[in-house]
Design a protein around this ligand. Structure first.
Ligand code: FAD
Length: 362
């Protein structure tokens, strides 16, 4: 494949898929993006996983390349000394709206990837609304389908493709502070309540509300199995947060969904047989403590775009170069993110001589 009218299928319309789709459409490829969920722009606000995201230089570089940085900055909150902070659903929707400018980019929602025959370039989806099977051919298949990527599962048996995943023994729940109470907190900062082997953080939202994330070992979550146990735990551990959240809201949010798991994924390469590319969490899911998962995923797209420039759109060559250039950095951010959990929940409160000892032992 060495031409700009080739067909690219991108699986996953989360954060990274649309960014890759925009880059490829801008280059003139014939791009189709398939997403399992319904179109989020038609559903309005849905409360789900990690509703806020810290966007740093890496994500902003991609947004700038694609001409949508200003639109995102307008809905972000600066966090001094760190990053810009944006709501996940707004970012997702703005990326999807941005696809409208390219007639060579089409979106298909309610399409769940179930299989890929790499040698034939044949991709099979099930429509989640009608149950119909849809088969599509492509010259390049890009997997942006997240940490539990189906495309990655389809290539696992290919020779010389190594993959590992690690769950940390800690989960998280999201809580919230309503705008009327949120005004009492200093915005433009990441707030942290470090408590040794667990922690809570708070990130500001545009409307003065705050999103709190409590990270702690699963067994600690499971021990809090009744309203009064949750309230006692918060009064003992984070007493200043209870009047801000409100007792009723705290209990409601705490039990809304079970604590979510955190996973790290490492692969030894991201290209398979000149036809498949893995990017974003599908390639390198990381724990969220550096706030860099999405940033690294957007950077994948920027780097792949630069490599296509260098290789004059020779895609097989670009795929190989991408794996070579990206692997060490992806593995490094994976490890740094795990380490930063210890930093945030514990080391941040230790005097420097104890810190030295801890780092020596780490
Ligand atoms: P996803 O966002 O997971 O999107 C994958 C998409 O693929 C989904 O829309 C899914 O429906 C779709 N899909 C899945 N399977 C299929 C299938 N079979 N067929 C079709 N479609 C499919 N990163 C930051 O940079 N900054 C932060 O502050 C930050 N905070 C975080 C906080 C938490 C608590 C967590 C858990 C993560 C955080 N991250 C952060 C990481 C960030 O959320 C991820 O790195 C990012 O969402 C990865 O984007 P993605 O598009 O690769 O995957």
């Amino acid at each position: 494949m060495n031409g700009k009218k080739e067909k690219v299928v991108i699986v996953g319309g989360g954060l990274v898929g649309p960014v890759c789709a925009l880059y490829m459409a801008k280059r003139g490829y014939d791009v189709s993006l398939y997403e399992y969920r319904h179109d989020p722009r038609e559903l309005g606000y849905i409360r789900g996983r990690s509703i806020n995201l810290a966007a740093s230089h890496r994500a902003r570089r991609a947004l700038r390349d694609l001409g949508i940085e200003d639109a995102i900055l307008r809905v972000g909150i600066p966090m001094k000394g760190r990053f810009l902070h944006v709501p996940r659903n707004v970012l997702n929707e703005k990326l999807l709206y941005a696809t409208k400018q390219y007639p060579n980019l089409q979106l298909f929602f309610n399409h769940k990837l179930i299989d890929v025959q790499i040698d034939k370039g044949l991709i099979t989806f099930i429509r989640t609304d009608t149950n119909a099977t849809v088969e599509v051919k492509a010259d390049l298949v890009v997997g942006a389908d997240g940490a539990h990527s189906t495309l990655r599962k389809c290539v696992l048996q290919k020779p010389l493709f190594d993959f590992s995943q690690t769950y940390v023994n800690h989960g998280y729940v999201e809580l919230s502070i309503a705008p009327e109470f949120g005004k009492q907190m200093e915005p433009n900062h990441l707030h942290i309540w470090p408590r040794g082997n667990f922690m809570m953080i708070a990130l500001p939202n545009y409307d003065n509300s705050w999103t709190l994330t409590l990270f702690m070992p699963f067994e600690k979550f499971y021990a809090l199995d009744a309203d009064d146990k949750v309230l006692n735990f918060f009064y003992d551990t984070f007493p200043d947060s209870v009047p801000l959240i409100g007792e009723k809201q705290l209990v409601k949010d705490f039990f809304r969904i079970p604590p979510s798991a955190l996973i790290s994924v490492k692969c030894n390469k991201y290209d398979v047989e000149d036809k498949v590319l893995l990017i974003g969490d599908a390639a390198h899911a990381i724990v969220p403590f550096y706030g860099q998962g999405m940033n690294a995923g957007f950077e994948d797209c920027t780097i792949f775009n630069e490599i296509l420039d260098e290789c004059n759109d020779n895609v097989p060559l670009s795929l190989k170069l991408f794996s070579t250039r990206r692997k060490n950095d992806a593995h490094a951010i994976c490890d740094l993110a795990l380490y930063n959990y210890v930093e945030m929940r514990d080391l941040v409160t230790r005097p420097s001589y104890k810190l030295r000892k801890f780092l020596d032992d780490f």
